[in-house]
Design a protein. Structure first.
Length: 341
């Protein structure tokens, strides 16, 4: 597992959305196949996943899929026909939740992810880490409520207070748990819980409503798969949220966005987690000499940190569409050449 083994002191690096729209390899496949096909057909998901490994030499491959499939499993009518994902059903009240009915048997439904991971594992160099991923509970709930991840998430937040979130979790948590289980069986070395929407919540609401569901999933996962690592990434969160997360001992890696100081986060939380992050994805649009200067400054900020062995380099969120491929390649090379503990 390349991210977590001794790499002769070299800091490992991988990017969220490293397989995707910015990459010519992906664009070529997308001209021939639908987004859904790329997700659910194992040979295609494997090819999309491995493209950036071949072209950019990341230290981890992450399953090409989408985090919204649990909502489809619950009968919410997921579609990508219009580009951005859409749902036929949204949660506007408790009755909407009661009317949700699961599709076929859970392991059978998520077999496409398991089969994809098995195929990727066969074709992935053994010194690379294979990552699976799922949507975290609040992020999936927010999408089910709003139909998108728009700013504010006012309906979603009100659903915390009127019982909709609690009711929805009763149906959702077993699905996420099952999806994580199938991905681990498929050979994922680590499972990522992506929580891009949860930064809209105050630390008070985060503690009351979110921590219990994360504790539940983390504990269940580690009981069955103690050797696999668990990654939790959240966007627009800060040290108050991270402090609450440090009570969940089953989480191994904390992913942070670019609004958090990497050195301070390592100092405070490096004893609890590996810290992954946190370059601003927009930096990758800069001319290389300017990007390199920023990377050098970013590295100098942490180079003497006592928890440097706990660092995994990455972006503070996903690679953006239109990102120059050459900058992705050079950034990975730069990390491998310059960042050691």
């Amino acid at each position: 597992m390349g991210l977590f083994e001794d790499r002769n002191g070299t800091i490992p690096v991988w990017f969220m959305r490293q397989a995707g729209r910015y990459h010519k390899h992906y664009q070529g496949l997308r001209q021939k196949y639908s987004f859904m096909d790329l997700c659910i057909k194992p040979e295609l998901a494997c090819e999309v996943t491995l493209g950036p490994m071949r072209d950019f030499n990341f230290d981890a491959a992450i399953l090409f899929s989408d985090l919204l499939f649990p909502l489809d499993y619950l009968g919410m009518g997921l579609s990508y026909d219009k580009g951005a994902p859409t749902l036929e059903i949204k949660i506007t009240n408790k009755e909407d939740i009661q009317n949700l009915s699961s599709k076929n048997e859970l392991a059978s439904y998520f077999s496409f992810q398991k089969n994809s991971l098995e195929l990727i594992k066969k074709n992935l160099s053994p010194d690379k880490t294979l990552l699976g991923f799922v949507g975290a509970p609040f992020t999936l709930y927010a999408y089910a409520t709003e139909g998108s991840h728009k700013d504010g998430l006012h309906q979603s937040k009100r659903g915390l207070y009127d019982g909709r979130f609690e009711n929805f979790l009763e149906k959702l948590l077993p699905v996420i748990e099952g999806e994580m289980h199938e991905q681990a069986l498929g050979g994922a070395d680590a499972l990522c819980l992506f929580d891009t929407a949860v930064g809209e919540l105050s630390p008070t609401d985060f503690q009351k409503y979110i921590i219990p569901s994360l504790q539940f999933l983390s504990k269940k996962f580690k009981e069955k798969f103690p050797q696999q690592k668990l990654v939790y990434y959240s966007k627009n969160t800060n040290r108050a949220h991270f402090k609450l997360l440090s009570s969940i001992t089953e989480i191994d890696v904390l992913g942070i966005d670019w609004k958090n100081d990497l050195n301070e986060t390592l100092n405070e939380f490096g004893k609890h987690f590996y810290i992954q992050g946190n370059i601003d994805p927009d930096w990758l649009f800069l001319p290389w000499n300017e990007l390199e200067n920023r990377l050098n400054h970013h590295w100098k900020n942490v180079a003497k940190n006592p928890y440097l062995s706990q660092l995994i380099f990455g972006l503070g969120h996903g690679v953006l569409p239109g990102t120059p491929e050459e900058n992705v390649k050079k950034t990975v090379q730069w990390v491998h050449q310059n960042c050691h503990h």
